[in-house]
Design a protein around this ligand. Structure first.
Ligand SMILES: Cc1ncc(C[n+]2csc(CCOP(=O)(O)OP(=O)(O)O)c2C)c(N)n1
Length: 552
């Protein structure tokens, strides 16, 4: 029972504890000191950050890796507004996140007083649910709802504004956290499986596509069993990377790149796409079904979003792994091997092998990807930030386990990887974490080096340095034949890292990168490696892919 000086903030923290929350990421403000104080007295760890946007990215990655909503917290007005990019990123990346902020008191929210902005109105379009906690008694139901909505398919972000006079008020006697119930997904309807079996019975060259939902629902084993039984190739989306191991002979790699990449050739001849946990935010289905002539079997916990290039022949809704097992039993068929599979795998392997041996300086992107792969173990986590770096990592970095290569491909925001890696290091201390970031994105959140050091986390940051917003330069060169307003200069990253108390290293020759990565990953603290990269390879790649046409 609450003691005499208990506050609604303490009740709120008890509700967070009941949800199993272990970390809250954020920055305090004058208007939520009761909450921050209550967190101090709770087993939940308040991870103080240096920017609220970074706190939201941390909550997002914690949510992505644990499957339970990550929590970020800010003060009212400016603090809450700073949370928004990370909140929108979680929402578009199907990641459970609960954002909390202060709001001015109910005694003055109705007038244009100091620091009043309509926060609920601002969060509503970028969340599944945003609301104001109107009274202490509402806290148990509203916190439970925030978590339930955030964690239920399709997961996303929720937001609660806690007015200053509500958080400091005494909660009503008997107000306690509600029991936690989690939504469960059941076997799909037999009729759906039967209709899918008919489509697959007539199919000549189906292909499997594994998306983010397959990763969230731990469908890797069932997917593998299905692919092996049917002898079908599997491509993943960027968010699905790792859900089907890239060293499997049926793995085609990832689709989602801006051009017709190797894996896309696997879709060209296909008549049926069995899309497992694919979500429209991940990439435009026009890339794999340009003529709308392929039948889609959509397997997910919820019906597919509508898109002209995603004509659903059969929708299967339910637990994804169980749906795949049911399909395997219903269609005990082995398809003829697709000759494109081996050819695609060969092209991917050759590009990576050429990269591994390339001694040029600055390093080619392929060399950086190959050395990153060589330095990390199968279960270690790399977060690749948005930019050309993401494109290279997404298409070329072989992944072997779910959630070991994390990208933002729903909102594709810059800056998430450095703060995200801090959350990964916190919630997955059993593996090593690397943030691969462009020099543009690094300077958007380099201040979080201090957070990592204060939290005593082992963390390696690899900066792909080209002194430019490389992806935009690439796009301008491709579409306009020239580029402008994309080049900048950098500070001395080694001295910058050292000034924070981190280790700094600048790669001076191609063969320095791998030893530098290994040393940093073995180090118990924070290391920043700057690697000059030769992005002339960007246009060479898109030219080469443009010239590739069905070599099978
Ligand atoms: C927050 C945000 N601002 C702008 C963009 C548009 N954008 C996408 S990639 C990119 C350039 C990234 O540059 P850098 O981090 O140096 O990586 P590189 O492309 O050079 O590998 C920009 C400006 C974005 N996606 N997110």
């Amino acid at each position: 029972m609450p003691d005499d000086d208990s506050t609604t903030a303490q009740l709120l923290v008890r509700c967070l504890e009941a949800e199993g929350v272990e970390h809250v990421f954020g920055i305090p403000g004058e208007e939520n000191i009761h909450l921050v104080d209550a967190l101090f007295r709770s087993p939940i760890r308040f991870v103080l950050t240096r920017h609220e946007q970074a706190a939201a990215f941390m909550a997002e990655i914690a949510g992505r890796l644990t499957g339970r909503a990550g929590v970020c917290s800010a003060t009212l007005g400016p603090g809450a507004i700073n949370l928004q990019l990370g909140v929108a990123d979680a929402q578009t990346n199907s990641t459970p996140l609960v954002a909390l902020s202060a709001q001015v008191g109910m005694n003055r929210i109705y007038k244009e007083s100091h620091q009043v902005v309509d926060l609920v109105g601002m969060f509503r379009p970028i969340t599944k649910w945003a609301d104001l906690v109107p009274a202490p008694a509402a806290v148990p139901e509203m916190i439970r709802r925030a978590f339930k909505v955030a964690e239920t398919e399709r997961p996303g972000a929720t937001y609660l504004a806690v007015p200053q006079d509500v958080e400091g008020a005494r909660p009503p006697d008997g107000a306690e956290p509600l029991p936690v119930d989690r939504v469960r997904y059941e076997d799909p309807a037999p009729g759906q499986i039967a209709r899918a079996a008919e489509v697959l019975g007539r199919a000549t060259r189906p292909i499997l596509l594994a998306g983010h939902g397959a990763a969230r629902h731990e469908a890797a084993e069932s997917l593998r069993a299905l692919a092996e039984t049917w002898n079908l190739p599997v491509a993943t989306t960027f968010h699905g990377k790792g859900v089907f191991p890239d060293d499997h002979p049926l793995a085609l790699g990832a689709v989602g790149f801006m051009r017709h990449d190797y894996a896309n050739f696997g879709f060209d001849q296909a008549d049926v796409i069995v899309a497992v946990g694919y979500e429209l935010q991940e990439f435009d289905p026009v890339k794999i079904n340009p003529d709308c002539d392929k039948a889609i079997v959509h397997v997910h916990t919820f019906p597919a979003e509508v898109d002209a290039h995603y004509p659903v022949a059969v929708g299967i809704e339910g637990d994804i792994a169980r749906a795949l097992d049911a399909l395997r039993s219903a269609v005990p068929r082995r398809f003829e091997a697709d000759p494109a599979t081996a050819a695609i795998r060969k092209m991917l392997a050759e590009e990576l092998a050429r990269g591994a041996e390339d001694d040029s300086y600055p390093l080619t992107p392929q060399r950086v990807v190959a050395d990153t792969r060589a330095a990390l173990g199968r279960e270690d986590i790399v977060l690749a930030d948005t930019g050309a770096v993401k494109m290279w990592m997404a298409r070329l970095y072989p992944s072997y386990a779910t959630n070991t290569c994390l990208l933002s491909n729903g909102l594709s925001t810059m800056g998430f990887a450095m703060p995200g890696a801090i959350a990964a290091a916190l919630v997955r201390p059993d593996v090593r974490t690397l943030a691969a970031v462009g020099d543009g994105a690094f300077l958007m959140h380099c201040q979080e080096l201090e957070t990592a050091i204060r939290e005593e986390l082992p963390l390696t940051v690899l900066i792909w340095e080209d002194e430019a917003y490389g992806l935009i330069e690439w796009k301008m060169d491709l579409e306009l034949g020239r580029s402008s307003h994309v080049r900048f200069t950098n500070p001395d990253f080694v001295r910058l890292a050292e000034s924070f108390g981190a280790r700094g290293h600048r790669v001076g020759a191609a063969d320095e990168l791998l030893p530098a990565l290994r040393e940093a990953l073995a180090h118990d603290g924070v290391s920043v490696i700057t690697c000059p990269v030769d992005y002339r390879e960007n246009v060479r790649l898109t030219d080469r892919l443009g010239e590739l046409s069905g070599p099978f």
